[in-house]
Design a protein around this ligand. Structure first.
Ligand SMILES: [Zn+2]
Length: 392
């Protein structure tokens, strides 16, 4: 069918062909005196003298008309795609996406089908549960400890589990997923719960009471026990920086950030959770593990990660913070020297500094802090045994 936009050209073409036909007729039949004498009429007469001359003129005329018309004819506009055609497009895409290498969970509704066909679908990254963490399953859930929560395998995509509005480390195991929830030292004994943000399901667990030992220390520098107004301003400033470092943006990792390598070999001088008195005054409890070692002993990164903060702080002295992904952050305090910079990517076992006694410390030791879901937990729970430490 010729569309409306093509009509003027068809009309012009017919007129040109008619003119040509009339001219041929006139040149053939009218007496020479009545024939208009031009060069192109002479040429037409010459061509007409051949056996198929008239046909050749009409044919060439037609070709010229058509070739002039084609570039200016607008292509037909695509009509609106009917609904069932759209469904067909989805079907084709679905078959292409569902490859065995990239399993996608079953979705009951069409909305979900369309959702997972979005081109921005991130690649599937899953960290499997290492066998060395299985012992955590039997650890009592206490303040400063870890709650082991078994989740059914709703999908191959790691579930988004929240505890007190903070995202929790989730690892894959054969029969589903395990959430490893860091419990704050200030947590009250009783029923606690996590929520799966995708399904809305709650998983509750019990936190038992734990009485940590008391430690009394004598500090020569009285300002480290009772800071002056200037110190308090500095402490306030540093606290903000440290809280930001511990709240690093969520990074999915393909390998489990846990277990951790103990950063230095030495005597455990102060365990996690101690209720502390400095010069007879009660201060905040001990939220890390102290490992005594000679001044200058190299300190290594407990796992691969990114240095998120370094600095010289009032309480923890020269400190390094490393983000290992999925909410796992480690801190290394009282260092004598720091050999890494903020934003630097470090390997597991890489030297990051040396043991010192900077900040509020009675002697050279490493204060090792481990944070899960922005909660400082007992590092002893997630460290590899000392025998596994590579001598550096
Ligand atoms: Zn400490």
């Amino acid at each position: 069918m010729i569309s409306v936009s093509q009509l003027p050209f068809s009309f012009v073409m017919i007129i040109i062909l008619n003119v040509l036909t009339v001219k041929i007729w006139a040149l053939q039949n009218l007496s020479y005196s009545r024939k208009p004498f031009t060069i192109h009429h002479e040429a037409l007469l010459y061509i007409m003298s051949f056996p198929f001359g008239k046909l050749l003129i009409i044919g060439v005329g037609t070709l010229i008309c058509v070739s002039c018309a084609i570039p200016t004819v607008r292509p037909p506009q695509p009509s609106a795609v009917p609904v069932d055609s759209q469904e067909k497009i989805i079907e084709i895409d679905k078959s292409q996406i569902q490859t065995p290498s990239e399993p996608i969970p079953s979705a009951p509704t069409n909305v979900a089908v369309i959702d997972r066909l979005q081109p921005a679908t991130p690649p599937l990254v899953v960290a499997w549960l290492p066998a060395s963490l299985l012992s955590l399953h039997n650890t009592p859930v206490v303040p400063g400890g870890i709650a082991w929560i078994t989740l059914p395998a709703h999908s191959e995509i790691p579930p988004k589990i929240m505890y007190q509005k903070r995202r929790v480390l989730v690892l894959r195991q054969e029969q589903g997923w395990v959430a490893l929830v860091g419990i704050p030292l200030s947590a009250k004994a009783g029923q606690h719960s996590v929520v799966d943000q995708q399904t809305g399901e709650d998983y509750s667990f019990w936190v038992e009471n734990k009485k940590y030992k008391t430690q009394r220390l004598r500090i020569k520098n009285k300002r480290k026990v009772t800071p002056n107004r200037q110190d308090l301003q500095r402490i306030q400033r540093e606290r903000k920086q440290i809280l930001t470092a511990l709240k690093t943006p969520w990074q999915i990792t393909s390998t489990s950030p846990l277990p951790l390598m103990q950063p230095v070999k030495g005597r455990y001088s102060s365990p996690y959770g101690l209720r502390r008195y400095f010069n007879g005054q009660r201060r905040s409890p001990h939220r890390g593990l102290d490992i005594a070692a000679p001044l200058g002993t190299p300190v290594i990164a407990a796992a691969a990660g990114k240095v998120v903060l370094t600095g010289h702080y009032f309480f923890t002295g020269k400190t390094v913070f490393i983000d290992h992904g999925q909410g796992v952050v480690t801190l290394y305090g009282h260092l004598n020297s720091i050999v890494v910079d903020s934003e630097q990517i470090v390997k597991k076992g890489q030297i990051i500094g040396t043991v010192g006694k900077t900040g509020r410390a009675t002697g050279p030791h490493l204060h090792w802090g481990v944070s899960l879901n922005n909660t400082m937990i007992d590092p002893m729970l997630v460290r590899l045994s000392v025998a596994n430490i590579i001598a550096k």
